[in-house]
Design a protein around this ligand. Structure first.
Ligand code: SF4
Length: 369
């Protein structure tokens, strides 16, 4: 029987982590034929498009731009905004991600079998976007556990213990085998939750765990299990924020320019600000200081964002953009930001201001990873 072709894809959001993942996989696993894509809302910052160009040069390959809709002269975001009756998206009604990020991605893949690589870092505790479509399997190469929750649940569930033990028995050797068998045999319980079992097995050997998972995936209807070989099985790297900065620096691709710290002054005190994420320049997830950054660094984009606010719809729940940029309000936001930054810096050891501020990061994993 002819094996179906399996696609390998990586979505570039314009943020640092997905960019670093593309560089990392290209350098470490050059045999993987990865297709790169970018879901373009038509409302990104120029810095994002510049980063994509730099990355294309490094990869020696084009990034496919996907659009939720193709109407000449109309940005995809504006098209869907009209369909939504001018109702601006928010964290609770996030039609934008669905229409502009997820739908174009799933259309791009169609019914093809596909491995999708996502740049959630090893120092993050989040899962990232995992498609519910059975033909798409997500892999997280920067994490200690590169497999999705769904795959872990299947492998480690108590009803699969016999199988798990059999796989370790066959595939592991020496002291790894002995220690892993002891853990594999122990059922998950309130005292020994799944997360502990997973961590114990990974602590014994990440590579052995990966080989066991791969062998298991071959026995169920999974995409990765249908690959002849999966080069990432030997991957024991766990990459955190510092590693991401290093990868971007050493590759020459560099950090997205909007991360650059820009000095500001407020009441005789000196602070710095930057934008902390990729995505639409008017994204409702941005912090108030980032709106001020937009107002001062990209006045045209701020003016455009302002024009969307009408008929009672605003980007920020409790404040209009017009109010936000009144001089006394801007000074207040800058001052609060400065104090918060100083406080966090005194608690954290990291030398990176970006690192210090990013704790507040939340939002759409399709847009910002
Ligand atoms: S960046 Fe923000 S506004 Fe744009 S699609 Fe993502 S969540 Fe929506």
């Amino acid at each position: 029987m002819k094996t179906k072709k399996i696609r390998h894809v990586l979505g570039i959001s314009g943020g640092k982590d997905s960019t670093a993942l593309a560089i990392y996989l290209r350098e470490r696993y050059p045999s993987l034929e990865i297709e790169y894509y970018f879901c373009d809302t038509g409302k990104e910052l120029d810095e994002t498009y510049d980063l994509l160009k730099n990355l294309e040069v490094f990869l020696g390959k084009k990034i496919t731009y996907l659009q939720g809709v193709n109407v000449e002269g109309v940005a995809p975001f504006d098209h869907f905004l009209k369909l939504n009756g001018g109702y601006l998206p928010s964290s609770s009604v996030r039609w934008c991600t669905r229409k502009l990020k997820l739908a174009p991605f799933e259309k791009f893949i169609g019914d093809d079998l596909c491995v999708s690589y996502v740049g959630i870092r090893g120092d993050e505790d989040r899962e990232g976007y995992v498609s519910t479509k059975p033909n798409i399997q997500t892999i997280f190469p920067f994490r200690k556990n590169m497999w999705s929750k769904e795959m872990i649940n299947k492998l480690l569930k108590n009803s699969n213990i016999e199988n798990l033990v059999g796989l370790y028995d066959t595939l592991a050797s020496g002291s790894v085998r002995a220690r892993a068998l002891a853990v594999a045999q122990e059922p998950i319980s309130a005292k020994f939750p799944q997360a502990s079992k997973l961590n114990s097995l990974l602590d014994i050997s990440i590579e052995s765990f990966n080989r066991v998972m791969f062998a298991y995936l071959r026995t169920i209807n999974s995409v990765v299990g249908q690959l002849e070989d999966f080069p990432l099985l030997d991957n024991e790297d766990i990459l955190a924020k510092d590693d991401i900065f290093r990868i971007l620096r050493e590759s020459g691709v560099g950090m997205p320019q909007y991360y650059t710290e820009i000095p500001y002054e407020v009441e005789g005190l000196a602070g710095t600000y930057h934008r902390s994420r990729s995505g639409c320049f008017f994204c409702f997830y941005q912090q108030k200081i980032e709106w001020i950054w937009l107002y001062e660094q990209h006045p045209d984009k701020f003016a455009e964002s302002l024009r969307y606010e009408k008929d009672g719809f605003t980007w920020i729940q409790d404040e209009s953009l017009a109010d936000l940029v009144k001089p006394e309000r801007m000074a207040q936001i800058k001052k609060e930001h400065l104090l918060r930054t100083q406080l966090k810096a005194s608690k954290k050891k990291s030398p990176y201001l970006l690192d210090i501020l990013e704790d507040a990061e939340e939002g759409c994993l399709s847009c910002f990873v």
